[in-house]
Design a protein. Structure first.
Length: 591
C-alpha cells in the first residue's frame, strides 16, 4: 500500500515518507527497511555480518520489502488479481462441504447462547458461562437471517476468508508482493485455518483481528500515519472482546511493536504512536478487564478442570497443527515426504531469522515474536497455575507462522529453489485438506443423523435419555428444526445457564440429560410421567478407542432398572441409539 496515499499494496509506485529521506530526521535510524525487513544498505557505519549471516550467506537473496522496486513495478491490476485469486481460493476451500457433518457440543453451545432474545441477554449469560461476547452477538444477528447448518457456518467461513487476506497484507508488509502471494495461498490451504473457519466458534475471529492488527502495526510504524494506529486499536479491541486469549494475542502485538521501536532506534513520534495506541486500547478494554479477571480466577479455582497439564509435548502439538491440523496416515512415502519438507523448512526459517538478525533487519524477528510470544505466555501461566493451554484457542498463531514461512522461502537465492519449495509447500497442504473433508477420523459424532432418525421413529412424548451432555445440547437444537412443535412443549432440565428459556421449558420433544451411566437411569419415572411404553437412550462413544463402544453398551444395560432391557435400534458415526422396553430380549450378536 502506498505510504502517502494509503492505496492497496502494490497499487502504484510508492513514495518514501518525507521523514525517511532526511538523515537527521526522526525516521532515519528506524526507517522502513528495519521495520519491513528490507535489507539495510551497506556502508562504513554498518557492522559486518556475524555467525548467523555467514551461515546463511549465499542461501538467501535480498528480501524485498513493500517499498522495493519489485513491488513498485506491480500495478493496481496485478495487486487486485492477487487478492482476487487468494480470496477466491480461500472461499472455495472454506465453503466446500461446509455442512458435511452436524454441529458438535461446542457449536451447539454457540447457538444456544446466540439464540437468546436480545444482545444484552447474550452478554449476560456469556459472562456467567466464561465467554467473551463479540462473536456470539454477531451470531445472534446471523441467526435471524437463516438457520441451516450451511448458512450458520458461513459466518466463520467468511471471517476465515478475511483472515487469509490479512495474512496476505502482513506478508506484504514483511516481504513484499512475492511473500504476500505465497503466504496468502498457504493460508487459503492451511488445514488449521480451514478447520476453524468451518467451526461455529469465535477462534477464527481472533485470528482475523490478530492479522489485521499486526499488519496495521507494521504499516503504522513504517509510515507514521495515525489512521493505521486507529485500525490497530480497532483490531485489538475485536480480539479482546472475542475470546480471553485475545488479550494474549494483544500482548504479543504490543511486545512486537515495542521491539520494533526499540530495535530500530525509532524516534519519539513512532514511540508516541505506539504508546497512544495502547493507551486507547486499554481504555477500550477497561470495561471488560474486570470480567476477564473474574473468569480467569474461576478457571484457576477449577472450573475448567478438563484442560490437561502442559508438557513439552504441548509445544509439539501446536507445532504439528501449524503445519497440518488434520494430517492422517498416508503411507510411508507420503508421510516421509511431508515430514522431510516440514523439518527442512523449519531449518530454512531458522536460518532466515539468523540472517535477518545479522543484517539488523528486525521485521522477521518481530513476526517470530508474534508467533512464539503468545504461546510462551500461555505456557508459562499454565506452569504457574491451572493449565489453560489449548491449541484451539491459539489458531491466531497460524497468521505469523505462515507469513514467516512464506518470507523465508521467497528470500531464498535461486529461482528454482524458491519454486521447488513453494510448490512443495502448496502440494503438501492438499492431503491434510482431503483428510479433513473425507476421512471419518476427523468427523464429529453424527448427533444430527441420530436426531433425524429419532424424529422419524419416535413420538415426541417418548423419552430420550442422554447420559452425555455432549449429545444433549446438539439434540436440543436439532429437535427444534426436525420436529414440529406441539401445542405445549416439554419441560426438560438444562444443566447450563446458556440456552434461552424456551429451549428447556418448551422443548418440542421429551429429551432428558441424565448425568451419565454410573447410576440407575430414571426410565420408570419418565415412562410413568409420559404414559409411554418405550424410551430411547443416545450413547456417545470414542470410535478411536478400541472396545469403548462395547464397554458403554455393557454399562448402559447395567444402569437400567429391572425389568427394562435395551437393544440397539440404530448406529451412526460415534453415536448409538438404543430402544428400551420392559422385558425386551437382546438381539443375538449386537455389540
Amino acid at each position: 500500500m502506498d505510504a502517502q496515499s494509503g492505496r492497496v499494496p502494490g497499487g502504484g509506485t510508492p513514495t518514501a515518507p518525507r521523514r525517511a529521506r532526511r538523515k537527521d530526521g526522526p525516521g532515519y535510524r528506524g526507517g522502513p527497511e528495519q521495520i519491513s525487513g528490507r535489507p539495510a544498505r551497506s556502508g562504513p557505519g554498518l557492522k559486518p555480518p556475524g555467525l548467523g549471516g555467514c551461515l546463511s550467506a549465499g542461501i538467501f537473496r535480498a528480501l524485498p520489502g513493500p517499498k522495493s522496486e519489485t513491488t513498485a513495478a506491480a500495478g493496481p491490476g496485478q495487486t487486485w488479481a492477487d487478492l482476487g485469486l487468494v480470496a477466491g481460493l480461500a472461499a472455495l476451500v472454506r465453503f466446500y462441504r461446509l455442512d458435511h457433518w452436524g454441529f458438535w457440543f461446542d457449536e451447539a453451545h454457540s447457538l444456544a447462547l446466540a439464540a437468546n432474545p436480545d444482545p444484552a441477554a447474550v452478554v449476560a449469560k456469556g459472562i456467567v458461562d466464561q465467554q467473551a461476547p463479540l462473536f456470539f452477538i454477531l451470531l445472534h444477528f446471523w441467526l435471524r437471517v437463516g438457520q441451516s447448518d450451511y448458512f450458520l457456518r458461513s459466518l466463520p467461513a467468511l471471517i476465515g476468508v478475511g483472515t487469509v487476506l490479512a495474512v496476505y497484507w502482513l506478508g506484504y508488509e514483511l516481504g513484499g508482493r512475492p511473500a504476500a502471494r505465497l503466504a496468502g495461498v498457504l493460508a487459503a490451504l492451511s488445514s488449521y485455518l480451514v478447520y476453524y473457519s468451518q467451526y461455529l466458534r469465535g477462534y477464527i475471529l481472533v485470528a482475523l483481528a490478530f492479522g489485521v492488527g499486526a499488519a496495521a502495526l507494521f504499516r503504522g510504524l513504517r509510515t507514521g500515519r495515525p489512521g493505521w494506529w486507529v485500525v490497530y486499536v480497532l483490531a485489538g479491541a475485536v480480539a479482546a472482546y472475542t475470546h480471553q486469549f485475545g488479550l494474549v494475542a494483544l500482548a504479543g502485538l504490543a511486545a512486537a511493536g515495542f521491539f520494533l521501536v526499540v530495535a530500530g532506534g525509532a524516534d519519539r513520534r513512532q514511540l508516541g504512536g505506539w504508546a497512544a495506541a495502547h493507551a486507547a486500547l486499554l481504555l477500550a478494554c477497561l470495561p471488560w478487564l474486570g470480567v476477564l479477571w473474574e473468569q480467569f480466577r474461576r478457571v484457576q479455582a477449577g472450573l475448567d478442570a478438563w484442560v490437561e497439564p502442559v508438557t513439552l509435548n504441548s509445544w509439539k502439538t501446536l507445532y504439528d497443527w501449524l503445519w497440518f491440523r488434520t494430517r492422517a496416515e498416508y503411507g510411508l512415502p507420503v508421510d516421509a515426504g511431508l515430514r522431510l519438507l516440514r523439518y527442512a523448512l523449519t531449518l530454512v526459517m531458522a536460518l532466515f531469522l539468523l540472517r535477518a538478525a545479522a543484517r539488523r533487519e528486525w521485521g522477521p524477528a518481530a513476526v517470530a515474536l508474534l508467533l512464539a510470544g503468545p504461546p510462551a505466555l500461555v505456557f508459562g501461566a499454565s506452569l504457574i497455575g491451572r493449565p489453560v493451554w489449548d491449541p484451539r484457542f491459539m489458531v491466531f498463531a497460524a497468521v505469523p507462522f505462515l507469513v514467516l514461512l512464506a518470507a523465508a522461502v521467497t528470500a531464498l537465492a535461486g529461482r528454482g529453489l524458491r519454486l521447488a519449495l513453494g510448490l512443495g509447500l502448496i502440494l503438501g497442504m492438499v492431503p491434510p485438506l482431503g483428510s479433513y473433508y473425507l476421512d471419518p477420523t476427523f468427523a464429529n459424532p453424527e448427533v444430527r443423523e441420530a436426531v433425524a432418525w429419532l424424529s422419524l421413529n419416535r413420538k415426541p412424548a417418548e423419552p430420550v435419555l442422554h447420559p452425555n451432555e455432549q449429545s444433549f445440547l446438539p439434540a436440543l437444537w436439532y429437535n427444534r428444526r426436525f420436529v414440529s412443535p406441539p401445542a405445549s412443549g416439554f419441560r426438560v432440565f438444562c444443566p447450563w445457564p446458556t440456552p434461552p428459556p424456551g429451549w428447556c421449558e418448551q422443548s418440542p420433544t421429551a429429551d432428558y440429560w441424565v448425568g451419565g451411566l454410573d447410576g440407575p437411569l430414571p426410565v420408570d419415572r419418565l415412562l410413568a410421567e409420559s404414559g409411554q411404553s418405550r424410551a430411547f437412550v443416545v450413547v456417545l462413544y470414542n470410535r478411536h478407542r478400541p472396545g469403548e463402544r462395547e464397554e458403554f453398551a455393557a454399562r448402559l444395560r447395567a444402569a437400567l432398572p429391572r425389568p427394562y432391557e435395551a437393544t440397539l435400534a440404530a448406529g451412526f458415526l460415534g453415536v448409538d441409539v438404543y430402544e428400551v422396553r420392559s422385558g425386551l430380549r437382546l438381539a443375538a450378536g449386537e455389540p
